[in-house]
Design a protein around this ligand. Sequence first.
Ligand code: ADP
Length: 630
Amino acid sequence: MAKKQFKAESKRLLDLMINSIYTHQEIFLREIISNASDAIDKLAYQALTDEKVGLNRSDFAIQLKVDEPSRTLTVSDNGIGMDKDEMENNLGTICKSGSLQFKKDMEKQDDIDIIGQFGVGFYSAFMVAGTVTVISRKYGSDEAWKWTSSGADGYTMEPAERESAGTDVIMTLKADTEDEQYSRFLKTWELQKLVKKYSDYIRYPIKLEMEKSRMKEETKDSDKPEYETYTENETLNSMVPLWQRAKKDITPEEYNNFYKEKFFDFEDPIATIHVSVEGAVTYKALLYIPARAPYDFYTKDFKKGLQLYSSGVMIMENCEELLPDCFRFVRGVVDSQDLSLNISREMLQHDRQLKFIAGNLEKKIKAELAKLMEQDREKYEKFYTAFGMQIKYGVLNDYGAKKELLQDLLLYWSHKQNKLVSFKEYVDAMPEEQKYIYFASGENRQRLAQLPQLEKLGEKGFDVLLMTDEVDSFVPQTLGKYAEKDFRSVTQEDLGLSTDEEKKEAAEQAEKSKATLEFVKTTLGDDVKEVRLSENLGTHPVCMVPEEGMTFEMEKYFKRLNPEMGMKAGRILELNPNHRLFGLLQVAVAQDEEKAKKIAKILYAQALLMADLPLENPGEYTDLVCELVQ
Ligand code: ADP
């Protein structure tokens, strides 16, 4: 029979498996059983609406069989099965979910031990078996096919017989070596142990014919009772899914292992939320917050959602309605007996019970995150690095519909305390006379720390939150207030720092400087909206601030979105009346207009540079500086 070749990348993975670089080879059993369980899930789901399936939930099972003389271990299921094409496509290529993800991560990580923590899939059978044979019959078809492969050199296909729908995976175990006793996978006690360890929660019975011994009935009353052996097809797993068990009986390790196996992660989750609710709607949920964002998290490809079960039957792989967008990073399962089994996607959207569960879960997730922030800041910051951006977008989305829920989960860099703080922590630490929550937004912390306004605020003992993500400039605007306190950008004109007396003085000074300010405005023309004095500049001569309504960060953001749009924040040039340069300017305005124009232009350019805005004419600026220095 002609051998067919594996696709190139499948071959690479196979080589990896066959050469057994991986030490926990025993996980192959978990993988094969998990495939069998998935296949049964599919047929069980179909059975809900298709009477022809003719199987009840209790008829489904996964059967293990060992045959020592031929060194074979067989895993059979009465699930959906595969037709010829599916066998070739699914078993002949690894371009399938779990395996592909595995391959991608493999390329990133040198640490080979990571493999064992993934769903490595069907191919893991080759870690322990020299030859793998798969006989499968698809539900609804009357033909069966046999797929056989002894490894990287390819596989064969031939017609076969199978009584009903389902699949047998027959693994001929490799000969024992010094390092690995493959024969152990033929021992019932070993299989029993492995099923308990890795597949206990599988919701269908995993059966194995066990040899047992019992006293012969007829010799029971004699002095010398005789024993006989008999076989019993025993169910090895408890079949109780983890989320159905009592919290107190579950170890952290069990929670974490379940997460890693089910959601293909190699890192423990940051937090686990296990809820059991009885009442108007009864349900159980087991939710996880991952430690890091999946590679496609911030792309359109990422699908949010929780697995939805109804009385132990999976009815939806990814139920989006259960999670709000702001918590789309959460993985997990929800199981409720109150949901109708053959509920359609359209019905789900309007399902009251589902909405109720979703509302509850939202609160639980928020509470868990808030607890983490308070009790384990290091972990929370790790979470925030991975998903903080999602929380910020969550605040902004739908015109701030979720701001109440999310505002206390935000962290920003405190200039004064030199660490990340929440709004609550910021407000709690405010001196009594401080009226506003001050923030500065820009590209990075180092740059923001140089803003002239920070100096003046610092002198008063007022802290400033440094916001460096693009979305940040929209956050204060969306929140409006926090704890009754208004937000103030440090670039705003009135920072609330002056006393009435100082304000009066400032007004007088502005009046006196009127001619100079008007001169600068005329010189700069439409490049600036306004030229005014500022009391917030400390030792700096000038600064550029945006007109109210839009910040420079927003301008940059919109420009990146659509350069054609031409959204621009109005520029206001502020001059420091207490700086020596302002005096020079005033003198020049009175005595030498040409010189005064040059100073005005230089001050304008410097203000742009300080605000990290592009100079329209850098050549002119350099020439002017050179001229003055000479
Ligand atoms: P994954 O399970 O991550 O998709 P696998 O390599 O384990 O990757 O399996 C590849 C595919 O082969 C599965 O997605 C499924 O379609 C099919 N398959 C494997 N085992 C069975 C089985 N026992 N019954 C039906 N289909 C199966």
